[in-house]
Design a protein around this ligand. Structure first.
Ligand code: HEC
Length: 156
């Protein structure tokens, strides 16, 4: 056996060992229970199309009803997915909409439309793995029409 093939084996063995051992470090994938009376649908009273398109395109990171994909169980991808969901929920959460004022950077509904129009949300990597998360032009128009018509909620 040459030195080269021995070192390839050692490196491969080490890489496999590292990949296996990081599987033990699993972040928590939570879907906290939330009161439907606090949800976006109940508080903001959006048209059905707006509610369903936001749930479809944004709900995995901006709600407590995340559909965790299989690769969210494999480290290190799981770390990135859980981080996205944690940060997404901290910005706004469709499941606890009435408490959005308590978040540090809760966006106004106009920002939802603006982020989608600017192509920033849903994030590119997510959108390429979830082609159905892309809003159609009519879904986007409905979201923007609703966003700009809805009065700004203060307090709660
Ligand atoms: C894959 C997870 C994921 C999805 C899906 C997703 N977001 Fe986000 N969103 C994030 C993360 C993470 C942040 C915080 C970091 C950032 O601003 O990039 C965020 C931040 C935001 C913010 C705050 C931006 C700011 O600068 O304050 C808005 C508004 C937003 N998202 C809207 C949406 C909308 C609307 C959708 C659906 C069309 C959506 N997001 C889908 C992960 C996601």
């Amino acid at each position: 056996m040459t030195i080269f093939s021995t070192s390839v084996r050692v490196v491969t063995g080490l890489a496999v060992a590292v990949l296996l051992s990081i599987q033990l470090v699993q972040p928590e994938r939570t879907n906290p229970q939330s009161d439907p009376r606090l949800a976006f649908e109940a508080i903001a009273n959006p048209p059905h199309q707006v509610a369903s398109s936001l749930r479809k395109a944004c709900g995995d990171c901006h709600s407590n009803e995340t559909r965790w994909p299989w690769y969210s169980r494999i480290s290190p991808v799981s770390w990135l997915v859980v981080k996205d969901v944690r940060e997404g929920r901290a910005h706004f959460n469709l499941s606890t909409w009435s408490q959005r004022e308590t978040g540090q950077e809760s966006p106004e509904t106009q920002e939802l439309c603006a982020e989608v129009k600017a192509g920033k949300m849903p994030p590119r990597a997510y959108a390429s793995l979830h082609p159905s998360s892309k809003l159609s032009p009519s879904e986007l128009a409905a979201l923007c029409a609703f966003s700009f018509a809805e009065p700004v909620v203060t307090g709660q």
